[in-house]
Design a protein around this ligand. Sequence first.
Ligand code: ADP
Length: 305
Amino acid sequence: MSTDKCDEKTSCQSCDKSEKCSQEEKEAHEQKLLEERMSFVKHKFMVVSGKGGVGKSTVATNLAITLAKEGYEVGLMDADIHGPNIPIMLGIEDERPGASTEGLLPIVTKHGLKVISIAFFLKSKDDAVIWRGPLKHSVIKQFLGEVYWGDLDYLIIDLPPGTGDEALSVAHLLKNVDGAVVVTTPQDVALLDSRKAVTFTRQLKIPLVGIVENMSGFNCPHCHKPVDLFKKGGGEKAAREMLVPFLGRIPIDPEMVSSGDTGTPLVAMPDHEEVTNAFSQISENWRKLLEGKSKVDSMQNAQVT
Ligand code: ADP
C-alpha cells in the first residue's frame, strides 16, 4: 500500500483519497486501524449462547456493570444486529453517539460503561434490521475499528444467540480475542444448544473462558424455600463433561425482568444480594482464570525465548 494514497489515521469511508485505493488496500488499511484501536483493549470477550431467551444479554450487561463497579474500564458492544436489547436494559435507548476526530463516541452510562449498539442508529425503536452477512460484517468492523473506545480493561461483546454471521465476523476481525463465555439455563434443551455453542467456538478456535448457568434455582418469596424451576446444576455438569471451566450460577430473580425493561440492571440496584453476589463470584472466577492464562502465557513465552 503506497502511503501517499493513504492517510493512516483516517478510515477509508471518510478519506477523500480512498477512491485511489483498491478494495484489497482498503481492507488491509481498515484491518490495520482496527488492530491499532483494539491494542488499547486488554481483554476482549464474546458472550454467546446456543439459543435465545437464556439471559445472555442480561448476563453480559450485569457482568459489565459488575466489572465497572469493581473499578475496571469496561466497554460493552452489542453485536446483536437483529435484536439489539442492551440499550433498553441500560436505559440509554434514546441516546445518540457523537463523533470526534478520533471516531465515533460510545455512550457512557452513569456506571462508567462505554456502550455501542445498532439500536442507537435506528430511526425508530420498531425498525427491523433486515441485513445479510456482509452488511452486518461491515457494521461490526466499524464498531470495533471506528468507535473510540480508548483504553479498556475489558471489551464485552454480546453476540446474538446461535452460531451465525456475527460470531464469525468477530472471530475473523479480532485475531486475539481472549475467549467466549457461554450462557445456558439448566434444562436439557438449552444445554444441548449450549453444547453446540461450545463446539462452534472450538471450531472457530476461540478459547472458551467458561460456562455460566443462568436462571439456576429460585427462592420462593413466601416460604423462602429453594425451588428449582428449571432444575439446577446442569450447566456445571455440561462444563465438566466438555472440560470447560464453570464460572458460576445466577438464580432466578423476578425483578430481573422489570429491571431489564426499565433500564436499571439488577446489580446496580440496592438489595438483590443473591444476584449481585453471584455476578461478583463469576467476575472473580473469570479474573482468576485470566490470571492463570497470563501466567501460562508468560511461562510459555519464557520457554520460547
Ligand atoms: P437472551 O439475550 O439470551 O435472548 P435476555 O437476556 O434477553 O436473553 O433475557 C430473556 C428474559 O429473561 C428477559 O426478560 C430477562 O429479564 C429474563 N432473565 C434473564 N435472566 C434472568 C434471571 N436470572 N432471573 C429472572 N429473569 C431473567
